[in-house]
Design a protein around this ligand. Structure first.
Ligand code: HSE
Length: 370
C-alpha cells in the first residue's frame, strides 16, 4: 500500500512515547510522515532523520485526507470531531487511534497483535479501516494472561486493579508529585529525626492530606499516601466505565463468543506510569500449576513470569521494576484456597508502552506490510 502516514498529537504524553518508540524501531524509514497538530501548525516537524515538511493543521480535513494512514494520539474529543468529517468526506484510509471513542464501534477492531493478530487480520480482510488501541489495563491484562486464554482454560476473571497516575493524564502525574512534596515538606525536619514519634508524623500527614494545602484539582482527592477507588464515570450496576471496559474490551479483543465474564474494582494508586492487577481466575478445570506457568511464560515474548518468592517479587514484580520497559511481569501465581480451579496472580506493565503506544505502532507496521 501507499505510504503517506499522518501523525496527529505527537507532543502529548502517549504521542511522545509513541514517537520515541517509532524512532527507536526505525518505523519512520517505512513511510512518508506528515505531522499534524492542533496548535503547532507551520512549525518545524520533529526530526525523524528525513525531510517531512512543516507541521500541518490537525483540523484541516483536506490535508488529513491526503494520508493513507492517520495515527491519532490527540484524544477522544478530537476523534469525535474529526473522524466523522473524514469518513463523511469519503476518506477511505486507515485510522489508528489511542482514544477510546471508536473502540466498541462495530466497524472498528481493537488492536493488540501479540494477543489478537487473528482477529485483526480477519477484520482487515473484511475491510475494517479503524484500528483502535485498547484500554491500557485491559491490554496489559491480556498480555499477562494470554497463555490461559489461548489454552481455553478461563471461565471468568476478577481483576482488581492498581492504576498509575499516568492513566489519568500528564497533569495528574505532576499532581501526584506535588502532593508528595506537600506532605514531605510539610513535615519539615521532623521527618529526618529518627527519634520523632511515628504517631506524631502520621498525625501531621493525616492533617495535610485533608488540608487545603494539598493540591487536588486534577484527581479531586489525595492520592499520595492514599488511594482513589474510582476511575472514570459511573455506568450501570454500580460499575465505573473503567470496570465496564474490562469485560467488553477483553471480549472484543479476543473475539470471544460466548463471552467470558471479566469484572473487578479499578483503583488509582500512587504509581507513576505502570498499572498493576491482582487477578482471581476461575479455570474451567484443575490444571496443574507447572502447566499453567508454562502456558503463561510461553504466550508472547514480552510476558515475564516471576517466580512466586519474595526475592524475585520484590526485585521484578512492581511498577518500579517494569516502568519504561516492554516487559509485562506476571507473578504470585498460585492456586487459591477456594479450590483447585481458582488461580491467583499479579501482573504489572507500563501503561504508556503496551498499555497505549506499542499496539499502535505495531498495527501501523502490519498495515504497511499488507
Ligand atoms: N483509563 C485508564 C486509566 C488509562 O485511567 O488509568 C487509559 O487507558
Amino acid at each position: 500500500m501507499a505510504r503517506r502516514v499522518g501523525i496527529i498529537g505527537y507532543r502529548g504524553m502517549v504521542g511522545s512515547v509513541l514517537f520515541e518508540r517509532m524512532k527507536a524501531e526505525k518505523d519512520f524509514e517505512l513511510f512518508e510522515p506528515t505531522f499534524f497538530s492542533t496548535s503547532q501548525q507551520g512549525q518545524a516537524a520533529p526530526d525523524v532523520g528525513k525531510p517531512t515538511g512543516p507541521v500541518k493543521d490537525a483540523n484541516d480535513v483536506e490535508a488529513l485526507k491526503s494520508c493513507d494512514v492517520l495515527v491519532s494520539c490527540q484524544g477522544g474529543d478530537y476523534t469525535k470531531a474529526v473522524h466523522p468529517k473524514l469518513r463523511g468526506a469519503g476518506w477511505g484510509g486507515y485510522w489508528i487511534d489511542a482514544a477510546s471513542t471508536l473502540r466498541m464501534a462495530p466497524n472498528a477492531v481493537i488492536v493488540l497483535d501479540p494477543v489478537n493478530r487473528r482477529v485483526i487480520d480477519s477484520a482487515l480482510s473484511k475491510g475494517v479501516k479503524d484500528c483502535i488501541g485498547g484500554n491500557c489495563t485491559v491490554s496489559l491484562m491480556l498480555m499477562a494472561i494470554q497463555g490461559l486464554f489461548d489454552k481455553g482454560w478461563v471461565e471468568w476473571v476478577s481483576s482488581m486493579t492498581y492504576q498509575a497516575a499516568s492513566g489519568a493524564g500528564a497533569k495528574n502525574m505532576r499532581e501526584l508529585l506535588l502532593q508528595m512534596r506537600t506532605l514531605t515538606q510539610g513535615l519539615g525536619r521532623t521527618l529526618d529525626d529518627g527519634d520523632a514519634s511515628i504517631l506524631e508524623l502520621d498525625r501531621a500527614v493525616s492533617k495535610l492530606l485533608v488540608s487545603a494545602e494539598l493540591p487536588t484539582s486534577a484527581f479531586g482527592a489525595p492520592l499520595a499516601a492514599s488511594l482513589i477507588p474510582w476511575i472514570d464515570s459511573a455506568v450501570a450496576d454500580g460499575q465505573t466505565r473503567e470496570e465496564l471496559k474490562g469485560h467488553v474490551e477483553a471480549n472484543k479483543i479476543l473475539g470471544l463468543s460466548p463471552e467470558i465474564p471479566v469484572d473487578g474494582l479499578c483503583v488509582r494508586i500512587g504509581a507513576m506510569r505502570s498499572h498493576s492487577l491482582a487477578m482471581t481466575i476461575k479455570l474451567k478445570k484443575d490444571v496443574p500449576l507447572p502447566e499453567i506457568e508454562q502456558a503463561l511464560a510461553g504466550a508472547n515474548q514480552w510476558v515475564d513470569l516471576i517466580p512466586n518468592d519474595k526475592e524475585a517479587t520484590l526485585k521484578r514484580l512492581s511498577p518500579a521494576a517494569v516502568s519504561g520497559t516492554l516487559r509485562v511481569a506476571v507473578g504470585r501465581v498460585h492456586k487459591l484456597k477456594m479450590g483447585p480451579e481458582y488461580l491467583g496472580c499479579f501482573a504489572v506493565g507500563d501503561q504508556l508502552l503496551w498499555g497505549a503506544a506499542e499496539p499502535l505502532r505495531r498495527v501501523l507496521r502490519i498495515l504497511l506490510e499488507r
